[in-house]
Design a protein around this ligand. Structure first.
Ligand code: MRU
Length: 342
């Protein structure tokens, strides 16, 4: 099934159906979302997550808002929806795309636009999988089967049907070229251990989960051919925001001279953001770090820093694979992006 989809209703408003990722890997449960505030709640507690899926959620959320609320309330709800997770640019992209279509062509226009965002994601992930697999043939010549390391979840659960970085891993597996995947567990919410491992198991791929802090030694010991990660926002100079821990993995990959690839759709490239320093990093508060599934793991009263993302500088990125191209960052800029000069 799709991670997120629109369920039309013959005589009235449709609704969003999505996989509730907070219940995985134990239970594959579906959430039916009829109101935009329910969607904002699902986004905030990461029932739906991952940049491409958030783009689709944002676009479909606009449809929910305009079909269930008076226009002034709908616009306020859409503003809250757009801000629900600030780092992933795809959420704002999805909202803006559907809202512009609504302003042009009303609710039917918004729905068409939202379905197009969904369908473009499906096509983009297919294109990235093939392009990423071909690039690995060039970057790691003479290796029939590859071991790749990844962090967070960039699979179908982070998109609609297939993933970005994990979509490349799936492609390698389908081509018989995947030796093993190494999935960083991804503290504090365990997207790697819970979701990536679940997806790899369903694919029938061989894999190991490691704690995030084992990534450096795993790379330094040799035996990992490439690192593949996703992105939440790529700045105009190629600096890339992704799940917390990605920067540390990139440093370790550089030390071990292992190619480090970012795999993301063109919609994640944000020409309005000049460098990584301009990317807003979501802080998710102390509880996720100081407790584990309701159990306190730090002393009562302890506070934590909990940045959900970090920024990998462009110079640590071997290449960015999108649905349209392989971006070589050697010029210090993502080509084709026009920066406003002030
Ligand atoms: O906090 P999350 O789980 O939404 O973070 C997701 C990531 O960082 C992913 O790597 C990114 O969104 C790319 S998903 C294809």
């Amino acid at each position: 099934m799709r991670t997120i989809d629109w369920i039309p209703a013959p005589d009235g408003p449709g609704h969003i159906q999505l996989i509730d990722q907070t219940r995985l890997p134990d239970t594959l449960a579906v959430l039916d979302v009829h109101e935009v505030d329910e969607l904002i709640d699902a986004i905030t507690r990461l029932a739906v997550r991952g940049a491409p899926a958030l783009g689709v959620a944002g676009a479909m959320g606009v449809v929910l808002a305009v079909q269930t609320q008076p226009l002034d309330q709908a616009r306020q709800a859409i503003t809250r929806l757009r801000a629900a997770r600030p780092t992933a640019v795809n959420l704002a992209f999805g909202v803006d795309t559907a809202l512009a279509a609504f302003d042009r062509a009303g609710a039917p226009g918004a729905l068409d636009a939202a379905l197009a965002v969904r369908d473009q994601d499906i096509a983009a992930c297919r294109a990235m999988a093939r392009r990423g697999s071909d690039l690995l043939t060039e970057l790691v010549p003479g290796r029939e089967r590859l071991t790749v390391l990844t962090i967070c979840n960039t699979g179908a659960l982070a998109a609609v049907e297939h993933g970005t970085a994990l979509g490349v891993v799936e492609q390698l597996h389908l081509e018989g070229r995947l030796e093993r995947a190494v999935a960083c567990e991804t503290r504090p919410l365990l997207q790697g251990a819970r979701l990536t491992a679940w997806e790899l198991a369903r694919m029938g791929a061989s894999y190991d989960v490691i704690v995030d802090s084992a990534a450096a030694i795993t790379l330094a010991r040799g035996g990992v051919d490439a690192v593949l990660v996703g992105a939440d926002r790529i700045a105009a100079n190629g600096d890339t925001a992704n799940k917390i821990g990605t920067f540390a993995v990139a440093l370790a990959a550089a030390h071990a001279r292992v190619p480090f690839l970012v795999v993301a759709p063109e919609t994640t490239v944000d020409g309005d953001t000049a460098t990584g320093a301009d990317i807003e990093i979501e802080d998710r508060g102390s509880d996720e770090v100081c407790t584990f599934r309701g159990l306190r793991v730090a002393p009562a009263g302890a506070t934590a820093l909990n940045p959900a993302f970090d920024v990998t500088p462009a110079e640590l990125i071997t290449a960015i694979v999108t649905d349209a191209r392989v971006i070589d960052l050697s010029t210090g800029q993502v080509p084709g992006i026009e920066q406003e000069t002030s």
